[in-house]
Each structure stands twice: as C-alpha cells, then as structure tokens.
Design a protein around this ligand. Structure first.
Ligand code: SF4
Length: 438
C-alpha cells in the first residue's frame, strides 16, 4: 500500500480504544505494519476495516455481537449490530505468540489444559482475567463444531455477565436423496433462527425489517456464487492461486457475510483465479505437488505454507475453513430467505463436515482428493479437537483405500508453538514428502 493509505489507516486507529480492546488495537497495528509493503487488496482492506469497526461501534453506541468462527454474521448485519468473530481475537493472537501468556494464565487459574479444552478459545479466559479481553454487548454460539468451544463461551458468558443466545445444530441432513436425511432438519433450524431474531429484537429494541433481511440474503448468496466458481477454478492444474488464497473466502463470509464488502472480496478472488487460469499462471510457480489440508492451519506458524511452496513447489489447495461449501440459494420470498439462512448454517465451513456421522467428513475428503487431483493429504491434529481426532485415522484409511493417495497425520497444537515446534513440524512434513510422496 502506498504511504498515503498507510497513514490513513494509521490515523484511523488513533485514540483510546478502551482497556478491553487494547489487544485488538495491538493486533490491528501489527497487521497494518505487516501489510505495509504489500499491495492493498480487498482482503487486506476488509480485515483492517473489520478491526476498526469495533471501537467505532463503541463510539456510535452500536451493540457489538460476539460470535464464533463457525457462524456467518448476516442476520447480525441485517439487524444493524456490529459482529465480532471471537477467534479473530483468541486465534489472531497466535501468529504473534501473544496468546501464549494467556494460555499459561488459564493453566494457572485451573481453566482446563490443551488435551481437554481447545487453545483456540482458552486465551479468551486468561486475557479476561487480566482485563484485556474484548467485552461485547451480546454473545452468540452454537453446539458445534465442538463441546470445547461451547464450554469456553459459557464460561466467558458467566464470568463477564453477557446476555447470550445459543442454538443447537442437528446431526442429520436435509438432502432428501441422502442416507442421513431427516425432513425436520430445516424447520428445526428455521424455528431457532426465528427465536434468535426475537431475542435480538428484544435486546436491541428494534424490529427486523424484511426488506433489509432479504437485501442481506441476496448479498450473502451472491458471494456464495463467487466462491462456488472460485472453488471450481482451483481444480485446474496448475492451481491458479497460492496456498493462502482460499482463506480469504472464509474470512469474507465469517466477517462480512451479507455485506457489499464480502461481495467485493469474493468477486476479486474469483476474478484473480479466473484471470490466472486464462493466462496459464500458477499460484505456485512450477507446481509439483497438490496438497489437501482437511483441517485448520497451524496458526502459530504463519510461514509454514510459504515454506512448503518454496521448498517443494507444493500448493495447499485449501484448508478445512477456506473450503467454504455453502451453495447459493433462491431468496425471492421470506420463506426462502429463512431456508437459505438455515442451509448456510448447516453447511458452513467445518459445520457441514463435522456436525454428524463420520460419513460426512469421509465423503468430503474423498471428493476433495479426487476433484482437485490431490497428490497427498496432510492433516495436523490435536487431542483437544476430539471429534476431528477420532475422524482422522478412519478417514485416512478410507482415502488410501479409495484413491491410493498417501496421508500424513501429525500431532501438534496449532495454537501453541511450544508443544510441537515449527522445526519439528517441518522435519516431519519433509520426511513424508521426500520418502513417501516423491
Ligand atoms: S480446533 Fe477443534 S476443538 Fe478447537 S475450536 Fe476448532 S473444532 Fe473446536
């Protein structure tokens, strides 16, 4: 970004954000400085504005709605709330290793440990005890993808006395042709969405206007259409984008789903991929290996995928979050808008694959390997993520049997650099690629 834009964003962050937003401010400044030398893409712009929206909401007296990383914020935008995806904070601290003192503090006060409660959320509790965790006006969470997340959100709710609403995610699918269909699933979700809206109306003293709801749903579905096209383009060999690109779609939908910002950033990603396909440009020059990464990133090691690209000319097609799979829907009537909201929640990144029988995840992974012409699967795994931990081995056997593609599963804590170090992770991946894949 040029100096003028950098200074503009720097000036926008000036002033006192409040003690509970002090870490968020530090993260904003870190992000701004990290991207200073890069081109200002719609994704960077979106991320910077996302941080700035929080102190701005405080100033303008708007309510801040905290929610987890597995729920799109469209209904919150439709009700003029300012969403804050909690893990922007508790996971966003990890690349800077600023989460680790808070993990130690959580240990000290006896709030879980890594095998029992996930470190993706635990910094929230440690930092709350020091008065630097962001305090929202309202809190929302789901029963999936894990009991660990739901537990930490409940503890936070009680400690900080924040009004909270949560919804239950059913196990079964709405796919009538599928083995696991239950015709009640969509109605069950719609009823809960309506209860959420009533609760929000009561807490905000305002009514949801249908026109605004529909406008939001049109935008969220426009962005879904762009992502669908982007995902198709990534089947091209060589892959037209680098290993981090898919994450931009996830961040757009979890941060800005239902807004013009998400439409703009997903379109930009789709257009960039399409242009590269047309011109035969690879995201990783001389691409040699295509990797499926069906779990989250190693968040404390932001350079890991770049290292893979530079060392092995290997591209990670998408991670589990970046592989956003919600399809676009018709939203021409109020009923269809509610149905689209329900399906969007059921199919959201990580929810669609992790909310029911293991077959959902196995089917996803086998299709991923076949459709994207994958050479190998690499899967970090941590014991706190109990559902994924259980699925990893069975899924890897299914992939080997059905496709013959090798799978490497390795243990680590993606949020704590001290459990398994970057060096050990890279050593294991190197051995797998050189001895098994190549
Ligand atoms: S990594 Fe697993 S345990 Fe941790 S928040 Fe995500 S789904 Fe839950």
């Amino acid at each position: 970004m040029d100096d003028e834009i950098y200074l503009k964003y720097k000036n926008l962050s000036r002033g006192n954000w409040g003690k509970d937003l002090s870490m968020l401010k530090m993260m904003y400044i870190g992000l701004l400085n990290q991207r200073k030398g890069d081109e200002l893409t719609p994704i960077t712009e979106m991320l910077l504005n996302y941080f700035l929206a929080i102190p701005k909401a405080r100033k303008e007296g708007k309510k801040i709605m905290m929610h987890p990383f597995n729920y799109g914020p469209e209904i919150f935008y439709a009700m003029d709330l300012v969403p804050l995806m909690q893990e922007t904070y508790s996971v966003g601290l990890a690349p800077l290793r600023l989460n680790e003192p808070f993990l130690d503090l959580a240990n000290k006060i006896g709030y879980g440990d890594n095998p029992t409660v996930c470190n993706a959320q635990r910094p929230l509790i440690g930092s709350y005890m020091q008065g630097v965790a962001p305090i929202p006006d309202l809190l929302f969470f789901l029963s999936t993808p894990c009991n660990s997340l739901a537990m930490t959100y409940q503890v936070f709710e009680q400690l900080a006395s924040i009004p909270s609403f949560n919804i239950d995610i059913p196990y079964w699918t709405y796919d009538k042709a599928g083995e696991f269909n239950d015709d009640k699933v969509i109605d069950y979700m719609i009823n809960q969405s309506k209860e959420l809206i009533s609760w929000l109306e009561q807490k905000t003293n305002q009514k949801l206007k249908f026109e605004k709801f529909q406008e939001t749903m049109v935008k969220v579905n426009q962005a879904r259409q762009y992502i669908l096209e982007f995902n198709e383009l990534l089947k091209t060999v060589p892959c037209p984008v680098n290993s981090q690109a898919g994450m931009g779609n996830f961040l757009s939908m979890v941060g800005y789903g239902g807004t013009d910002d998400a439409v703009k950033s997903t379109k930009w990603l789709r257009d960039s991929a399409a242009k590269n396909v047309k011109n035969g440009i690879a995201g990783v020059p001389d691409e040699k290996i295509r990797i499926a990464w069906p779990y989250t990133h190693i968040f404390f090691d932001g350079d890991l995928l770049t290292w893979l690209e530079e060392t092995f000319q290997a591209v990670v097609i998408m991670d589990l979050l970046g592989f956003y799979q919600v399809l676009p829907h018709d939203v021409s009537t109020p009923e269809k808008c509610f149905e689209s909201l329900a399906k969007g929640t059921l199919d959201f990144s990580m929810i669609g694959t992790c909310r029911g029988p293991i077959e959902y995840y196995i089917e996803f992974l086998i299709n991923y390997v076949k459709d994207y012409k994958i050479d190998c699967v690499i899967m970090p795994m941590q014991f706190a993520c109990k559902h994924a931990y259980l699925m990893a081995r069975v899924s890897s056997e299914a992939v080997r049997e059905e496709t013959g593609v090798p799978v490497y599963i390795f243990g680590c804590d993606p949020y704590d650099s001290r459990e398994v170090t970057s060096e050990a992770i890279r050593g294991g991946i190197s051995d797998f690629i050189t001895q098994v894949v190549l």
